[in-house]
Design a protein around this ligand. Structure first.
Ligand code: AMP
Length: 205
């Protein structure tokens, strides 16, 4: 039995579609069920931020999750394959017609991703006050809560609509197939079989 944690939310449909094509079957979680059994596989539907946790604790052997979430959670797992879906960028952004003032003793950054933000600025030895928010990050610089934001951008429309610009791209992200380290050794044949099938689908897309 192989257990695979799949993410709810934005990339859910693309991921389910990919696995449906791999198994050549119709594939859906129904009636709010969070577990789907198919053949020798068990799929878990979890929040994307929780996928690395399920995999690192071996509640799931495999998982699919965005690189941004992986970098933010920082767990020890095996990164197997870039699935080339859910592409987005983690960026540093600020108000359209202003530059970030790096002469200040400390720069205020609003973000959902404090770890990625801390790593990025500590490499540059820039002092920051990281303000953790849970949504509508784009609002923070507009009302003076922060000097800049670190946020996810897909089309760039939300930032543009709110008169913000991208100052720097911190990370190019897409969804990855990940594996638990122990599972990767103990179930290597099954996992490599899934890896190979997915790789063919990804390469021919
Ligand atoms: P967009 O206007 O397409 O650039 O989307 C930006 C908004 O959607 C921001 O508020 C982001 O936080 C959110 N967003 C975009 N892509 C993702 C993603 N892959 N995962 C989570 N949130 C996202």
């Amino acid at each position: 039995m192989i257990t695979i944690a799949l993410p709810k939310g934005r990339i859910a449909d693309d991921v389910l579609d990919l696995f449906a094509r791999m198994f050549d079957c119709n594939f859906a979680f129904v009636n709010r069920k969070l577990i789907l059994q198919y053949d020798n596989f068990r799929f878990l539907l979890v929040r994307s931020q929780d996928v690395p946790i399920y995999v690192s604790y071996q509640a799931a052997d495999l998982g699919v999750v965005g690189l941004d979430v992986l970098e933010e959670t920082g767990v020890d797992i095996v990164r197997l394959l870039d699935l080339k879906i859910g592409q987005c960028r983690v960026v540093l952004g600020s108000k359209m017609n202003e530059n970030i003032n790096y002469d200040k003793p400390q720069i205020k950054i609003a973000t959902k991703m404090p770890n990625i933000t801390r790593n990025f600025f500590s490499k540059r030895a820039i002092a920051t006050d990281i303000i953790k928010l849970y949504g509508s990050i784009e609002l923070a610089p507009l009302v003076g809560l922060s000097d800049a934001i670190v946020d996810i951008v897909e089309t760039g429309n939300t930032m543009k609509e709110n008169s913000l610009k991208v100052d720097e791209v911190i990370l190019e992200s897409s969804a990855y197939l990940i594996a638990n380290r122990n599972s990767f050794y103990s179930k290597k044949c099954d996992i490599l079989d899934i890896y190979n099938k997915l790789k063919i689908l990804v390469d021919t897309n």
